[in-house]
Design a protein around this ligand. Structure first.
Ligand SMILES: Nc1ncnc2c1ncn2[C@@H]1O[C@H](COP(=O)(O)OP(=O)(O)OP(=O)(O)O)[C@@H](O)[C@H]1O
Ligand SMILES: Nc1nc2c(ncn2[C@@H]2O[C@H](COP(=O)(O)O)[C@@H](O)[C@H]2O)c(=O)[nH]1
Length: 408
């Protein structure tokens, strides 16, 4: 009889041995071809993480809750990593570090978020267990810039000027919308134009960082839209309405919030009419909404800065100044995927905030290399990415890392 069965017989919560969890999970997970798996225990919960080793399926998660004595299948947010030859898990405070053996060099370090702000928010919304995948990224990205303001105030114009002058510094978060494209607008460039039913389904699936019904249509920023910009090493700009800005403020995304105000309602109306992209009915609707938006923008605690867009050039200069672009411009902090080549044969240990990966390579001459991951300042800067990782490689690696290389 196993320890778990003995305890159960005595009326206690079943004690959980790693092997019990793993064997149980294999049955409970109902996964076909689960050939690689690992377990991490945090508090009362044992997280069983596994998948097939042929790289065709994604990695799945199941939790054994010791306090309830039962298996829980959580809602999984974020892009799931593709399964691999082997997995190691190291529990940290609010997430589990997952090392994927035999994957591509930029796909080996992942985190399963179990108690981050984002996960707690999602648990509150769904009222059930949630976990979220995020990929490990070295360094920190610059804070995204959220630009809001009533329709026609000049947000798009100012953003275009910024992107034109600093093309390698800024990237635009391409929103989803259910409104029809305007004449020159391109799908995937100005917006991802989509059907209402599809967008509603994707909202339920947690695809969006924020969404709102604006002037009678749905608009939303997908987690992926922000990730794509950050992955390109650029600072993300979001052009979203006040409701969206409020949602982002309440989310785990740290950003700078700027509200653009018109000099007067008359001038706003003139700009909307001169733009000539809306019908009369739509213009009137946008103007009606503008009054409430301006009131909220000015009075809410959401925005860090309010800029009046009277003379375009002057407003643009003030925008650049508050983004620190008016003088000597320093290079943005180094950030990007971690590229290491984890051999199949390695061991992992944790000392304080350092994860020590001991790699044994058996080439012509057997050599030992160490990778030291510093997890003391991890941040979920963008949902879907865990930022702030520093790592040091000691030894010689097939990907060119040599001696003591510090990557942060
Ligand atoms: N300071 C300004 N003075 C005069 N016209 C301006 C100024 N700023 C922008 N415009 C013009 O106002 C019109 C509306 O600007 P824009 O399309 O950038 O607004 P927007 O805030 O992005 O609107 P929406 O939210 O509907 O997308 C455009 O024709 C633009 O050229
Ligand atoms: N909450 C969000 N608002 C968004 C998003 N993308 C755009 N917008 C806002 O919608 C209005 C109208 O835009 P238009 O292109 O139809 O003129 C404007 O205020 C935008 O800022 C989004 O992803 N989320």
């Amino acid at each position: 009889m196993s320890t778990a069965e003995e305890n159960e017989k005595q009326g206690e919560a079943p004690a959980l041995l790693v092997d019990d969890v793993q064997d149980g999970a294999l049955n409970g997970l109902e996964l076909k071809n689960v050939t690689c798996k690992t377990t991490a225990t945090v508090g009362d919960k044992a997280y069983v993480i596994g998948g097939a080793d042929d790289g065709t399926l994604s990695i799945e998660v199941q939790i054994f809750d010791r306090s309830l004595g039962e298996w829980v299948r959580p809602t999984v947010r974020g892009t799931k990593p593709v399964s691999c030859n082997g997995l190691s898990a190291v529990p940290l405070e609010d997430r589990i570090l997952i090392l994927k053996k035999g994957s591509k060099p930029d796909d080996q370090i992942w985190f399963l978020e179990i108690d981050t702000q984002y996960v707690r928010q999602q648990q509150k919304i769904l009222g059930s267990e949630v976990v979220a995948w995020s990929k490990g990224v070295i360094g920190n990205a610059e804070k995204p810039v959220v630009i809001s303001g009533p329709s026609g105030v000049g947000k798009g114009t100012l953003i275009s000027m910024l992107m034109k002058e600093f093309p390698s510094m800024f990237g635009f978060s391409v929103s989803h919308t259910t409104r029809a494209p305007r004449g020159m607008e391109k799908d995937g460039v100005h917006y991802h134009f989509t059907e209402k039913s599809i967008m509603e389904k994707e909202i339920k699936e947690g695809k969006f960082l924020e969404f709102a019904s604006v002037h009678g249509n749905l608009y939303g920023t997908s987690v992926e839209a922000v990730e794509l910009v950050a992955d390109a090493g650029k600072r993300c700009i979001l052009d979203i309405d006040v409701q969206g800005a409020r949602s982002v403020r309440a989310s785990s995304l740290e950003a700078i919030f700027i509200f653009i105000c018109p000099p007067s309602m008359e001038e706003l109306e003139k700009r909307l009419r001169d733009r000539g992209t809306e019908t009369e009915e739509q213009i009137l609707k946008r103007l009606r909404n503008a009054e409430a938006e301006i009131e909220q923008g000015k009075s809410s605690q959401v925005f860090d800065f309010i800029l009046y867009n009277e003379k375009l050039e002057e407003c643009y200069e003030r925008l650049k100044k508050l983004l620190g672009l008016d003088g000597f411009i320093t290079a943005p902090p180094k950030s990007g995927p971690i590229e290491i080549d984890l051999p199949m044969d390695h061991s992992v240990s944790k000392i304080d905030n350092k994860i020590i990966i001991n790699c044994i390579s058996s080439g012509e001459k057997e050599s030992k290399n160490l990778i030291i991951l510093d997890v003391s300042s991890l941040k979920g800067g963008v949902p879907g990415r865990t930022r702030g990782l520093n790592f040091q490689a000691i030894g010689s690696f097939s990907n060119g890392l040599n001696g003591i290389d510090q990557l942060s």
